[in-house]
Design a binder for this molecule. Sequence first.
Ligand SMILES: N[C@@H](CCOP(=O)(O)O)C(=O)O
Length: 430
Amino acid sequence: MKYYSLNKRSPNTSFREAVIRGIAPDGGLYFPEHIPEFRPGFIKDLGRLSPLEIGMEAMTPFVEGELPGEVLEGILTKVLDFEFPLVNLGGGISSLELFHGPTMAFKDVGARFMALSLGYFYRNSDKEVTVLVATSGDTGGAVAKGFLGVTGVNVVILYPEGKVSDIQERQLTTLGQNIKALRVKGTFDDCQRMVKKAFTDENLSRKIQLTSANSINVARWLPQMLYYLLACHQLPHTGKKLVFSVPSGNFGNICAGMLAQRMGLPVSHFIASTNVNDTVPRYMQTSEYDPHPSTATISNAMDVGDPSNFVRILELYGQDFEELKKHLSSYSFSDKETREAMKSLYRDNGYVADPHGAVGYLGLKKYMQSHPDTEGVFLETAHPVKFLDVVRETLNTEIPLPPQIREVMDKEKVSTPVKGYEELRDFLLS
Ligand SMILES: N[C@@H](CCOP(=O)(O)O)C(=O)O
């Protein structure tokens, strides 16, 4: 498999190069040259295959020739070492819980897949690589944990000061070793812009090898397709049309699901559920892509004004808006609506959803009102404990701290303030 740049001004490249570079020299995101199809019978077999077998079949075409079979198997064994339970909430609605991993957010799969792939590519090298990442909350912690102690890799995480939850901040600022956190007075979009600028700074890239661990990197993005396969692996066959509602910020997760659909996964529709950062819901109404600066919300990991991966979704549909509309709906919800959804899930089902999952639930309910012949899965992308204050205020309940969270609670938060791109560049060179 070769990968091309969506800006079409850089040469096509291998999986290895795409992972090492993160983003193409022309600033474009890498995209697979062709979309493979699942083998005949794969979908029928999903229920009886193991998660590892499913992962091997889905990922092999994207890494073939670059990660030998036994290496891919070793990576996937580690990456898929926790549960992805599908919780039936009745009324044709299930929650796919993606938060049982080391940092309790869906990012653990992609972050660890990328860390292990990069470790393999650099196994015989004495070169150092700097992994640069912007986070609005969950990516930072997952990347910090995934890359902690990996020889030859320095991780630099940019996060918007005061705009991530206390636990998220602890996860990305307390590990030390090869992980450094930089706090930015601004939004996630400011952080992401600085990261992207660093990749096109030739002066910088002559001095240090930089890569990205956001879902712009194919090794972070592609493995997310496994969530949708693992949901189908658990779903009883009802004969109804299947829809997924995905809480969406940078749009990497939903884009990976739409790729799996294109490979042959029988999904009838996707719903991109957002908070008030509604660039994509507005696009789906008007076909005008008009990003606005992001606004802080209680579902902070989705506080993204200009989602990086939306260009990949457009590419998947050949920039054909009418075709895209057949497969994707997108709705936005306020914090007030999100809290109401958390309350009703708790009251009616005894289910504690985090604010991101609650937005996903709202999107699913809205779609299913006009499509009663469907069954739906919303993705629970982070454990509610990561948003302790919001859960306390909204549900008036306490959640016990799981061991993954307890381990960061007493550690000291360490981060460095950076004011703008020049300070970031100086930090990277220092
Ligand atoms: N929601 C993210 C924002 C970055 O998204 P990514 O998937 O591209 O890393 C976060 O939690 O940081």
